[in-house]
Write a protein that binds this ligand. Structure first.
Ligand code: HAM
Length: 442
């Protein structure tokens, strides 16, 4: 079929977020911004496109992301190789260096938005997905490591989620990893024949990732492999112990997963993931860790750092499994009207009601009152305000309380204040307009 006649659809693995879903996104974003602010994080927004070399250098040549998942193209105008960001961290660090943000103090920064990875789409795995990315730059830890983990535990509480468990590990220093790597390669060489193509390819380039195998036949091999934790020197061990002590102080439970290595090359010391069993195969809701070498690797003065990213789609799926009563109403007041004079008055009244702080939708096409009321009901508004010939003649609108059908006549001049009073009264009777949101249960 020629391209002209092909049906137009979204790109595979990239989703539209429809009006029925966006209320949950917006509520989540609002809660997340308040949560980040309460720990002193400020927003840093970087471009969606970066030079490809930022990611090859930052994330590592021999990672799944750089090897096969990046959306990379040549800018036809100047021949530069550009890549849609597959994660935030490299770009956040680049911006920090470029604008010299660390010259006088450390920084706590965050970003939210779409990232792009060319993976095979399935439940919880998309090609455009969204991350909440949080980075503490210039902090050596372990206090900030613990703070970030406590912070995430708090977010799960704010959202009313209790089925997410924490796994932690320490990747030590590059020197400790090198010693472990040598022994690991020697160990894995003994299993060369049983490794699949990926495993054999990675044996010398990224042997830690070979242990990530999903192949049940190789589980025993992975279990018996030399553990990086046994190669930690005194300082790394002290860092890990101090992190654990702080988590214990706060009563945050965790398991140590010696095989947790993460899929990006920049990590050292602390790494962690939050995982749930309620999302099928893609159960990692959040991943992060320390990346003390990245600022220098990308051209800055050496500075320690730690961060994490939450997968928004996965978090929302988990959140929605809890059947949350989210406020999906489009407005407080729906204005229905009939006739030219009423239409003109409706626009004026709607502006006055908005001045009083309420959200108003004015019905837009000529339809019977019956059809208009149906839309008013569907909008989730608390009130329909009705304007017809009688109302115009009397200078008073009819207000219909959509919860119980009660009607009353209110003079135009008093209408905005009256609606505000009724709404406040209704909310204090029923509790907050959002009903039983998780925020209320914190
Ligand atoms: P990551 O583990 O690659 O880490 O991604 C973080 C989270 O993004 C994952 O835990 C998952 O929830 C979500 N995610 C990843 N891939 C997909 C996908 N294809 N579809 C849907 N969700 C996905 C990073 O990106 C690091 N930059 C995190 C970090 C920040 N480390 C230090 N600072």
């Amino acid at each position: 079929m020629s391209d002209t006649f092909k049906k137009l659809t979204a790109v595979r693995g990239m989703n539209d977020i429809l009006p029925g879903q966006s209320a949950a996104w917006e509520t989540l974003e609002r809660l997340v911004r308040d949560w980040l602010r309460s720990y002193g994080y400020v927003n840093l927004r970087t471009p969606v496109l970066e030079h490809t070399r930022l990611f090859t250098r930052g994330i590592g040549e021999v990672t799944d992301i750089v090897e096969k998942e990046m959306y990379t193209f040549t800018d036809a105008l100047n021949g530069e190789s550009l890549t849609l960001r597959p994660e935030f961290t490299a770009g956040m660090v680049r911006a920090t260096i470029e604008h010299n943000l660390l010259y006088d103090r450390p920084r706590r920064v965050f970003a939210m938005g779409p990232v792009f990875r060319h993976e095979r789409p399935q439940r919880g795995r998309y090609r455009q997905f969204h991350q909440i990315d949080v980075e503490a730059l210039g902090y050596a830890g372990p206090d900030v490591d613990a703070e970030q983990i406590l912070m995430l535990a708090r977010l799960w509480r704010i959202l009313g989620l209790n089925d997410i468990r924490l796994e932690i590990n320490s990747l030590g220093t590059p020197t400790e990893r090198a010693a472990h790597r040598e022994d690991l390669i020697a160990y894995l060489e003994g299993f060369k024949d049983q490794l699949d193509e990926d495993g054999r390819r990675r044996l010398y380039s990224n042997p830690l990732r070979v242990l990530d195998t999903k192949n049940p036949a190789l589980q025993a091999m992975a279990e018996g492999a030399p553990r990086l934790l046994d190669y930690l020197g005194d300082e790394s061990q002290a860092h890990f112990d101090a992190l654990r002590a702080r988590l214990d102080d706060a009563g945050v439970s965790y398991t140590i997963n010696p095989r947790l290595v993460r899929g990006l090359d920049y990590y050292n010391l602390t790494v962690f993931e939050w995982v749930t069993d309620r999302l099928g195969a893609q159960g990692t809701v959040c991943g992060g860790g320390r990346y003390d070498g990245l600022v220098e690797l990308l051209g800055g003065k050496p500075a320690p750092a730690i961060g994490f990213a939450i997968g928004v789609e996965r978090l929302l799926e988990l959140w929605q499994q809890q059947e949350l009563a989210l406020d999906a109403s489009e407005c407080d007041v729906y204005l229905v009207h009939q006739g030219e004079g009423a239409a003109r008055q409706a626009l004026q009244l709607a502006e006055a009601i908005r001045d009083a702080g309420l959200d108003v939708i004015v019905h837009a096409v000529t339809q019977s009152f019956k059809a208009q009321f149906k839309r008013a009901d569907g909008s989730g508004a608390s009130f329909a305000v009705i304007l017809g010939d009688n109302e115009l003649a009397e200078g008073a609108a009819t207000v219909k309380h959509l919860a119980d059908g009660r009607q009353e006549s209110v003079a135009f001049a008093q209408l905005p204040a009256h609606l505000v009073t009724c709404l406040v009264a209704a909310e204090s009777n029923e509790g907050p307009a959002t009903g039983n949101t998780p925020a209320d249960s914190v």
